[in-house]
Ligand binder design. Structure first.
Ligand SMILES: Cc1cc2nc3c(=O)[nH]c(=O)nc-3n(C[C@H](O)[C@H](O)[C@H](O)COP(=O)(O)OP(=O)(O)OC[C@H]3O[C@@H](n4cnc5c(N)ncnc54)[C@H](O)[C@@H]3O)c2cc1C
Length: 509
């Protein structure tokens, strides 16, 4: 910062998870004499209040802020997430369910065998290809183990979290305000622009004017600054992601829970089951072109065994797609205001974090230059598209065929070139890793994720006739991976022993 120059005023609008994540990371990145941060939110509008599953990237978020699990997890009723279990997405025999695990350091001992077996199976030979058999996290989740091993076990596993998004927002708000972020509770009614088109100030219902140098739009689907005030266009993904509604209902725990999200295919979408320490979070994500809200609610209640229950549900509309420019003029669109790829694989907060981190790094390198803005927009747009492709593949590869929704999804050919090419490589028995490398797409969902999806669905050609009936050429059996993973799992503690408990005054003393 130049000497004597006043600090830049950065104004965040929106106090959902996106707004408070941004406030915390910005406050940690820049000293107050360089960047002054105000967050304006309307208590009348409220937050979306869903979004209870994360990827492992959220661990970095807390680590970067110096926040320990025991500080935040008990306050947010948080649990660990080792994988997502997909159930009912494929009609192929033996594919009723599969695990999409987060990676572990141990994968180096099992992933090669998984890839080789998948190739062998793509050639028509009968070998083991269930992702559950090759991945430690799947084994741990099935055994209700947590992600922490004994000290003398030298491998770590990746994991994410499940949490109450309302409580997480409150925790992050407290933290940000403690680090100098100014919190204004007010409804923004009008956005004032300067002659050059930039945003200049916010006018609130109570008559306050909040001027700023840079604005971050975290106003959720309203996208008050980016889409409404600046007129940034929105590119819907509706042609290959049909889901546009959700119905949400919490339930008490019915049984001991596993450290995993369950994603269960229903008649016109899918239902999530997310274990918090206090309850289960559940929701049915569906397409309103194929199912009405009442029918969706009934189907969700039936799925939960709560048909007769009076527990109220919440109905939500979702806008799936992304803005044409995530950074336009002096405004960054973050969170739902910048785009959303539906909740399958729980990528929204991951994208928020990637967006914040990337903005900090672009800003530090070049401030508000047009070059930086363009580079950022290219980067974010690419992230959204690559994540979208992976999500689309879940629908495109389904073999359920029991409803119109699933049949139309299975025959949908409006795929990106990148996705089309990946699927072609798989079915032509090519090298998926090399194709991902060529597309530079491995950082979004890597080769392991793609193998889990395609093998988990049983997306293979017919078996060759007259198989020898031995395990010859089956790396799973030849390497004794079942026993290897079973013994690795013995080093991990039961889930309950891993979950941190709140720090008490006695602990501190
Ligand atoms: C059904 C569903 C399931 C999801 N599941 C997951 C998941 O498992 N994992 C995941 O990572 N993400 C998930 N998401 C996405 C996740 O919920 C959001 O990314 C996350 O909550 C961030 O939301 P947000 O902060 O962008 O918006 P919101 O939470 O909607 O917050 C918007 C904020 O803007 C403020 N605001 C709006 N207009 C004004 C105004 N005029 N003046 C002042 N303030 C204003 C509101 O008061 C509020 O504070 C899910 C989303 C949906 C719809």
């Amino acid at each position: 910062m130049e000497a004597g120059r006043p600090p830049l005023h950065l104004v965040i609008v929106g106090g959902g998870t996106a707004g408070w994540m941004a406030a915390n990371l910005f406050a940690a990145a820049w000293p107050r004499n360089r960047v002054r941060i105000t967050l304006v939110e309307s208590p009348d509008i409220g937050i979306i209040g869903v979004g209870e599953g994360s990827t492992p990237l959220l661990r970095k978020f807390f680590a970067d802020l110096g926040i320990e699990e025991r500080d935040w997890m008990p306050r947010c009723n948080a649990t660990y997430k080792l994988n997502i279990r997909f159930r009912g997405w494929s009609g192929k025999p033996g594919c009723a369910s599969y695990s999409h695990p987060f990676p572990t350091q141990l994968d180096v001992h099992t992933s090669r065998a998984f890839y080789v077996n998948c190739l062998t199976r793509r050639l028509g030979l009968d070998v083991e290809t269930s992702p559950d058999l090759f991945n430690l996290n799947a084994v741990l989740a099935a055994a209700r183990k947590g992600p922490h091993a004994a000290e003398n076990f030298p491998f770590t596993v990746q994991y994410g979290y499940h949490f109450d998004s309302g409580l997480l927002g409150a925790f992050l708000r407290e933290r940000a305000c403690g680090n100098g972020v100014v919190h204004e509770q007010a409804l923004v009614e009008r956005v004032e622009r300067a002659e050059n088109g930039d945003l200049r100030a916010l006018h609130t219902r109570c008559g306050r004017v909040v001027a700023g140098d840079f604005f971050v739009d975290c106003t959720g689907f309203a996208s008050l600054l980016a889409q409404q005030a600046l007129g940034v266009g929105f590119r819907p993904f509706a042609e290959n992601l049909f889901n546009d509604r959700a119905v949400v209902m919490p339930t008490p725990h019915a049984e001991p829970f596993r450290p995993e999200t369950r994603a269960v295919a229903l008649s016109a979408g899918w239902c999530w089951h997310i274990p918090l320490t206090s309850r289960m979070g559940n929701g049915y994500v569906y397409s309103s072109s194929y199912l009405g809200p009442d029918a969706a609610e009934t189907e969700l209640r039936r799925q939960l065994g709560m048909l007769e229950s009076e527990v109220p549900v919440r109905h939500l509309a979702m806008r799936v797609g992304q803005v044409e420019r995530h950074w336009s003029h002096n405004c960054l669109a973050l969170g739902l205001s910048g785009g959303f790829i539906e909740p399958l694989e729980a990528t929204a907060l991951h994208l928020v974090q990637v967006g914040i981190e990337s903005f900090i790094s672009h800003f530090d390198q070049g401030g508000f230059s047009a070059d930086r803005r363009e580079a950022y927009n290219q980067f974010m747009s690419n992230w959204f598209e690559r994540v979208r492709d992976y999500i689309v593949a879940h629908y495109r590869m389904n073999t359920r065929g029991d409803t119109e929704y699933w049949r139309v999804n299975a025959s949908n050919d409006r795929l990106s070139d990148a996705l089309r090419q990946l699927l072609a490589v798989w079915f032509q028995r090519g090298d998926l890793a090399a194709e991902l490398e060529r597309q530079k797409a491995g950082t979004h969902f890597g080769v392991m994720s793609w193998h889990c999806l395609l093998a988990g669905y049983g997306s293979f050609p017919e078996l060759a006739p007259n198989q020898p009936g031995s395990h010859k050429g089956d790396r799973y059996h030849e390497l004794g991976l079942q026993d290897f993973l079973r013994r690795c799992a013995m080093n991990f503690k039961p889930l309950e022993e891993c979950l941190p408990t709140a720090v008490t005054a006695t602990d501190v003393a």
